[in-house]
Design a binder for this molecule. Structure first.
Ligand code: GTP
Ligand code: ZN
Length: 292
């Protein structure tokens, strides 16, 4: 029996990447009927290869994680992409993605693209808030081919998702890494036609320097449900040294008295924008808990 990774489902077939780096068009012959929830791109499968060189999947192995909306299994790394300009960085969206990466215990990289559109000082002002959080930061310009090799290196040996606001340059970066991909770049009329919010199934792309990356339309928000309000603080690494000094162990660092996180904020040790994002995520999760 061979083991492999599902890259995509298409037209009733499953495309499986074997451990020998071959892609097999496969069908499923397991004992149970597969439903949509039973197998996602990124899933490890056991399969046989028949005389015609086609794969026959016999089972899906337990998955390590699953991110949803849209769904992909077993990712190891979340690359949160923002642009320095056009669009201006949406820090709430970026911080929300970082929190989702933390929630799923993924390796996290922040990629700031479109470096060509800002000066050194403008870039530094934006980067400042994100240094010292422990995340890898890559500065790129898909247009001027800056940082592309560095990004490619970070993607090898990982199953990665590039997530970020529409228009930040995710497709352009992947095209820069692998010119043969020809991912659609900024075809606005096409996007309107297909409808921005229709869920589209994910496809994992095999990179020539190694690694798999999800082809990403729709990966701007991801799902943050399923976490309780008092756990959100754990997703902000800069809160960790302070939170044990909060008076209440269940402190949500919002309106409680003697909150060490708020004290650190007031001393300027925690970035104000990051804290604002924290409060917004807290509200979002509380609203979900309330069921509306
Ligand atoms: N100046 C500049 N423009 C860039 C850069 N990278 C991408 N762009 C442009 O930004 C626009 C959006 O790029 P895309 O690659 O489609 O962005 P995306 O993040 O994939 O967008 P969605 O598919 O909507 O999620 C295009 O017009 C690109 O040519 C860059 O480094 N510098
Ligand atoms: Zn607190």
């Amino acid at each position: 029996m061979e083991k492999g990774t599902l890259l995509k489902r298409y037209g009733g077939f499953y495309y499986v990447l074997s451990q020998n780096n071959e892609i097999y068009e496969s069908t499923y012959r397991g004992r149970h009927r597969l439903t949509q929830e039973d197998i996602y791109p990124g899933d490890y499968v056991e399969f046989k290869i028949n005389d015609e060189g086609k794969g026959i999947i016999e089972g899906v192995l337990p998955r390590k994680n699953l991110i949803t909306k849209p769904s992909v299994a077993n990712i190891t790394q979340l690359v949160c992409v923002a642009a320095f300009k056009n669009p201006n960085p949406n820090l709430y969206l970026l911080d929300r993605l970082l929190a989702i990466g933390e929630m799923n215990r993924l390796k996290i990289i922040i990629c700031f693209n479109k470096r060509d559109l800002v000066s050194h000082d403008q870039a530094e002002r934006i980067l400042e808030a994100y240094r010292g959080l422990g995340y890898g930061i890559i500065v790129t310009s898909a247009k001027q081919n800056i940082g592309i090799v560095e990004l490619e290196t970070e993607l090898s040996n990982n199953i990665s998702v590039l997530a970020g606001q529409s228009g930040v340059g995710k497709s352009s970066l992947l095209n820069g890494i692998q010119p043969g991909l020809n991912l659609k770049v900024a075809d606005i009329s096409e996007k309107l036609k297909s409808g921005r919010h229709t869920t589209r199934s994910v496809e994992l792309i095999k990179l020539s320097k190694g690694g798999l990356v999800a082809d990403t339309p729709g990966f701007s928000r991801l799902d943050i449900s399923g976490i309780s309000a008092e756990k959100i603080g754990f997703l902000f690494p800069e809160f960790l040294p302070h939170r044990e000094n909060c008076r209440f162990s269940t402190c949500t660092h919002s309106s409680e008295p003697s909150c060490a996180v708020i004290d650190a904020l007031n001393r300027g040790e925690i970035n104000k924008d990051r804290y604002t994002s924290y409060l917004a995520i807290l509200e979002e999760v509380k609203n979900e808990e309330g069921g509306y």
